[in-house]
Write a protein that binds this ligand. Structure first.
Ligand code: FUB
Length: 329
């Protein structure tokens, strides 16, 4: 039998209370908070989903949405995005909340998936939000001089709205989950979509499209595209079916054709989405994703960020990732 003395009980209650406060009260991080990851999930004091990663100046940055839906409710309640940085994937710092969905004056709210990229010393954050006047989800872009913000709306209007893609699908939630990629020749691309995957060129200013929206047809595509490059291969990983598994395709050209290569990750534990990001850091490759593993409230709408190693075969294909509770360090 486990015996708690009074002081220990007070300590346990304080931990539980701070978790509940961080997770469900809508209180935003105000100061830097440093913690050491102890296996997966790496962030245990609040729920964060849809991790997007960036490596910059020797540090890994994770950007994700703060899942705030209190149990027993089961829906997305995400008002703000969070940012975490680490020099070694072990010691992490959460920085003050750098961006909220309502920082976009034209948005109703709903901070869904996003990604940050650096260009010429500025950081561009592509986000999914619900538009106030154009029904459906939209993609906006915010900018900052620092990877940890604060970020501000870079355009004053949405970059992508639902009415721009109705020739491909009539649903209101297809324009979500932006991923951004800058090719070796400096050309930037935005790729996104639910049900249908889209991509378009971005101008050098990173805040305007530079050409038409084009479809990418991928087998059993659901959402969450992520583009990365290794050697001469381009990789497009994505969530497939529902509940989601991660799949991927490869190409020698960013414009395709994309060849489907199969499963990258099985269903994430206790969560119907998986939302991956892939990075190379200090010579090793990692997949950052979410699951619903935190007891007792974790689940599809209270998600947690995990990191595991990714390994390639000689021919450039990727080995099936193994999700672990031990994590990477
Ligand atoms: O966080 C809301 C949605 O859940 C994201 O946009 C999808 O990728 C899924 O993870």
């Amino acid at each position: 039998m486990i015996r708690f003395n009074k002081a220990r009980l007070v300590g346990v209650r304080l931990v539980v209370l701070s978790f509940v406060l961080a997770a469900f009260t809508g209180l935003s991080a105000q100061n830097d908070t440093t913690f050491v990851a102890n296996g997966n999930p790496i962030i245990k004091y609040k729920y964060v989903g849809d991790p997007a990663t960036m490596v910059h100046d020797g540090k890994v940055y994770i950007y994700g949405g703060h899942d705030e839906c209190p149990p027993p409710n089961e829906h997305y309640l995400i008002n703000e995005w969070c940012v975490f940085s680490s020099p070694d994937l072990k010691t992490w710092t959460e920085h003050p909340v750098p961006l909220k969905a309502k920082d976009f004056s034209w948005a109703k709210g709903e901070a869904w998936a996003s990604q940050v990229i650096e260009r010429d010393g500025k950081f561009y954050w592509y986000v999914t939000v619900e538009h106030k006047t154009i029904p459906g989800k939209s993609i906006g872009v915010a900018v900052s001089d620092s990877p940890v913000g604060p970020f501000k709306d870079a355009r004053g209007s949405a970059l992508i709205t639902n009415d721009m893609t109705t020739e491909y699908t009539k649903i209101a939630w297809d324009d979500i989950d932006p991923t951004v990629f800058i090719d070796d020749d400096g050309q930037a691309y935005l790729c996104w979509g639910n049900t249908q995957c889209y991509y378009a060129r971005l101008k050098k200013n990173m805040i305007e499209l530079d050409g038409p929206i084009m479809p990418i047809n991928l087998p059993r595509y659901t959402e969450a595209p992520w583009i990365h490059k290794r050697g001469d291969w381009y990789y497009l990983s994505y969530a497939s079916e529902f509940p989601e598994k991660m799949c991927y395709a490869m190409s020698r050209n960013i414009n395709g054709p994309w060849e489907y290569k199969g499963l990258l990750n099985e269903l994430a534990g206790n969560c119907n989405t998986n939302h991956q990001a892939i990075i190379e850091f200090k010579g090793d490759w990692y997949m950052v994703y979410h699951n619903g593993a935190i007891n007792p409230f974790g689940g599809s709408f209270r998600r947690s960020v995990c990191i595991d190693r990714l390994f390639y075969n000689e021919d450039g294909t990727i080995k099936r990732m193994q999700m672990t509770t031990e994590g990477v360090r």
